[in-house]
Design a binder for this molecule. Structure first.
Ligand SMILES: [Fe+2]
Length: 415
């Protein structure tokens, strides 16, 4: 487990003490230690705690000088043979100036076993003339100082803090953590690569990651396995992207190799972008090049590697969708669930028109919200949780729709 915090307003290295306990009053402390928070890493702290018991809740906190942090709750994954269900949540797209993070408060209340973040944790844009709330800094973020300040602003939100304190997070990024719609090394200029390296460093400094950035890159793709139930394959669809490839050759080989041999019930792709074909009627372009529709050959290779039990979690489009995953030869091999957004505004979308043009897509909804799911030995369930407004605080949450799959297509269940 990686325990994360960051201290602000300091210039020198500072000692930070940490504790991990079995109870939230810290009566039964099982590990503790001290680390030095360094200015070179924005006084971020990443403590790696090993040898914990599987499928167990733990609580952690930090102390530095006279300050004691609030306690966070985390939970380890079960051991390899476990058939315990895993309860997860997935969130994405939280543009600060577009609204309040009420959805995160409700997500925190669910205390899932794990939270996945599917990208657009921050947006790099400069402050707009009108916003629900004021984002800082005012300018578009392009430098390390700028990205750090932007994360600090986002992370000042108490609902986001509550969601982090409620469960372990496994995040991946999309484009706005760096720049709108960037791909790979961008235009290859020093200027862009410096910006990307700054953005990647700031991302590391603000996330519970175990690998540090190196040579301007950051290893993000990884696997999180929950017993014999789910292999969550966390993908990086930005860093290695190029002509004809969303993932790059190395990441694709890694993914295909694991998919071919995994003994677990569910292969789950955790990644930002709409995965199945989405034909948008009207004037061209009818397929969005920035999504997997822009890399159909690589998508076809992934689908050829999985006979069934594939689940894809995605985001990016700021509306909720659900559908079947169908191969080129007409086999239904899985299900895709697209979360809308925590707060980011949706684009104008003809949901019914798109559903009519894509028979494999079965659900569209335009609320802000997140995904709440359970993977078990028998089935995989996903509830779309939504709030009616984000332009002011206090929206209640409700389940907009719930779907279940046994490994091929999805079925809607009454809620
Ligand atoms: Fe977004």
């Amino acid at each position: 487990m990686i325990l994360w915090t960051r201290l602000t307003g300091l210039s020198r290295p500072v000692e930070v003490h940490w504790q991990m306990a079995e109870d939230d009053r810290f009566a039964r402390v099982v590990r503790q230690g001290a680390v030095r928070a360094q200015p070179a890493w924005a006084h971020s702290v990443h403590v790696k705690v090993e040898g914990l018991r599987p499928a167990t809740d733990y609580f952690y906190r930090f102390r530095s000088g006279g300050e004691l942090s609030p306690a966070g709750r985390t939970r380890t994954a079960p051991g390899p043979a476990s058939t315990q269900p895993v309860r997860f949540a997935a969130a994405n797209c939280q543009r600060f100036e577009h609204g309040w993070y009420t959805a995160y408060r409700h997500l925190a209340d669910e205390r899932p076993d794990v939270v996945f973040h599917l990208g657009d944790y921050i947006y790099e844009y400069g402050r707009p003339a009108h916003g629900v709330r004021r984002v800082d800094p005012a300018d578009e973020t392009t430098t390390l100082a700028g990205y750090r300040a932007r994360y600090a602003r986002y992370k000042s939100d108490p609902d986001l803090q509550a969601a982090h304190a409620a469960a372990p997070w496994v995040p991946t990024w999309d484009d706005h953590e760096v720049m709108d719609n960037y791909q790979g090394r961008g235009d290859g200029s020093d200027r862009f690569l410096r910006r990307r390296a700054a953005a990647y460093q700031a991302y590391y400094e603000h996330m519970p990651l175990r690998v540090r950035p190196r040579d301007g890159g950051l290893q993000m793709y990884r696997r999180r396995t929950y017993g014999a139930i789910a292999d969550f394959m966390v993908l990086d669809v930005r860093q290695y992207r190029g002509a004809g490839t969303m993932l790059g050759a190395e990441q694709e080989s890694w993914l295909l190799a694991r998919m071919a041999v995994t003994p677990v019930r569910w292969r789950v792709l955790v990644q930002p972008l709409f995965f199945t074909r989405r034909f948008v009627p009207g004037p061209p372009p009818n397929l969005r090049k920035d999504s997997w529709d822009g890399r159909p050959e690589q998508r076809a290779r992934l689908l050829a590697a999985v006979p069934q039990n594939l689940v894809v979690l995605s985001g990016d489009v700021h509306n909720a969708w659900a559908g079947d995953i169908v191969t080129g030869t007409g086999q239904t091999v899985g299900a895709e669930f697209v979360g809308s957004a925590i707060s980011s505004n949706p684009p104008v979308t003809d949901g019914p028109g798109v559903l009519a043009a894509n028979p494999h897509l079965r659900y569209f909804d335009a609320h802000r919200g997140y995904l709440s799911g359970t993977a078990s030995a028998t089935d995989f369930r996903v509830a779309f949780r939504g709030v009616d407004f984000v332009d002011r605080k206090g929206a209640p949450v409700r389940t907009l729709a719930e779907f279940v799959t046994e490994g091929r297509g999805i079925r809607r269940v009454d809620v």
